[in-house]
Structure formats: structure tokens, C-alpha cells
Design a protein around this ligand. Sequence first.
Ligand SMILES: [Zn+2]
Length: 335
Amino acid sequence: MIDFTNLAQRPIIDSHVHFIHPECMDEMLALFDTIGYRAANLVCLPNPNGSTQNDIAFAFKKQYPNRIFVSGAVEYRLLLEQPERFAADLPRQVRALIGRGFDGMKMIEGKPNVRKMVNLRLDDPAYDGLWETVEQEQFPLLLHIADPDFFWDPESCPDWARKNGWDYTDGSYPSKSALYTEVDHILARFPRIRMTLAHFKFMSTDLEAADAFLAKHPSVSFDLAPHLDMYFDFSANATAARTFFIKHSDRILYGTDLDTRVLKRGPDGNRFMRSVASLIRRFLEWEGPFRHTDGKMVHALNLPDDVLDKIYFQNFERIYSTSPSPGNYPSIMNS
Ligand SMILES: [Zn+2]
């Protein structure tokens, strides 16, 4: 059963939503209302041809300026066409996003298949101007780094991951620890970046390492966008997870990875997205074990109200803003 009426009303902001299909605007808004969102952060990705999803998400913000934050992607056309100009262009790109009224940036370039495709280490000097500018401007950045461990494991890499191109077992992809090292290098040089690491930095199986990482990097947060196994990992150590969530309650952001690509699958996709949001909200709010729609057991954390408020919206408001930045819409977007 997917039901949100038995969860507390809060002005929730979903920090991690993908909006790629303009025709899904109404369905997305209906989902926000059903799940109980005041606002959402649309996180944009680069397209394989080097363009981005930025304009599609930004058009949603134009329609609903009080509910839609947008985090823009890096544009890679220059890297493909005139690579010698790419590095110098990145600070301009960051400032252009700020000038247009984007609320932050999203980078998926630390996901192994994307990292392999772009073929630039995140700590490559080409990116220096980007890190420097987002730090200087305190422009929030959501970074996807690594992936679940089992994507590298020939024994346990699941078929659905293989189908999506996320089988990293052939040795041609950077390892998880190599990717973590790249992030460590960035943060050593730019420690004030307002960085959120998506999917709990894929550290749900190692809360001790996650704890040490957050302690070392006070400007960094984690979001709760699943891979779903995260929630089963937390459940396997519910007492430790609860302690972690309370200790780091200022550093965790609610997020679901709602995605129009899933909504395009039809009613099943919509139901799946609701089941994900419902799983996360129950995990945070309820007490004790409950059964997720796929039959697996989750152990809820029963977090105190003040912790829930931080995770659901206050941390987002501190890192981003209490309301979306007003967009500047050139006439080309009106046509
Ligand atoms: Zn995502």
C-alpha cells in the first residue's frame, strides 16, 4: 500500500529530481502534491552530444517559480569541438548559470560510465576553474561519485545494471576508491565547496567510513536519493544508522531521484516512484520494521521531529536557499 496521508505534514523539498520530459510537468506536480512537497530541485545532466537538460528543467521553473529549484549541468560541446578552450570556459559557464537564475549545479561526471565517456579525471586541472568558481560563489553542487559496489563485481552485478551500461567489471572503468581519491583531491584544494554527494556517497554499507568522511569535510553533505539497497543496508544496522542520522542531521538531505524517464513507463512507473518516496519517508519517520512494496523488510528510524525538519527542508534551505532564485528568461525561451 502506498499512502502518504499517515505521514506528518512538512514543507518538504526533494533535493534530487530528474525532469527531462516537458510533457510530464502536470504528472510531476501531482506527484509533488501526493508525496507532500513544497518544492523540488531539478538536477540536470549533460547529453551524450555535449548539450544539457538545462533548458527543459528551467522551463518548469518559469512556470512554477516558487516550487522549482534547478541545478544545471556542465555543457561539454566545447570539449568535443575545441578542447583547448574547455577549461577556460568552465568559470564562465558557472557564472552564466548563476546569472540566469539557476540554483546550483549537478555533476554526474563521477559515475563510472560517465567518467569513462568524458575521459577527464575530476581532479584534472581542466576542472580547476569550475571548482574554484563554485567555491568562490558558494554555488551549491550536487555530485554523483561512484556507484553501488556490486556494479564492479562479476559475481553480483545485476542484469538491470548491465542493461543500463553500469557493468564495470571489465577493468576499463575507474575503481570506487580511485573515484573517492579524486574527490579527496578536490576537497583538499577547495575545502569550502558547498558539495552534496548523491546517494549517500554509496557508503551505506560502511557508516564508519561515512562518519570519518563527513568529519573531515565540514562543507559536504549527503543526499538520500536511493539506490534502493541503501535502505536495506541501513536497516541491517538500524541502531547504528539512527545514531548516524541524528549525529549528522545537519548533513543529510532528503531526495528521491524522481525521474520523468520512469514516469514515461506509464502507471507502473508512477507507482514505482510513489513507492520509492513512501519507502524513504516511512524509513525516516516510522518506528520499527515494515515491509516495502517489493516484500523486503525495512527497519524505520523514528527520527525526532527536529531531525526530520533538517533532513526534509532546513538543510536544503541553508545550502541552497529558502526559495528558488528568480530566473532570467531571454526572449528565445518565450518562443
Ligand atoms: Zn539522480
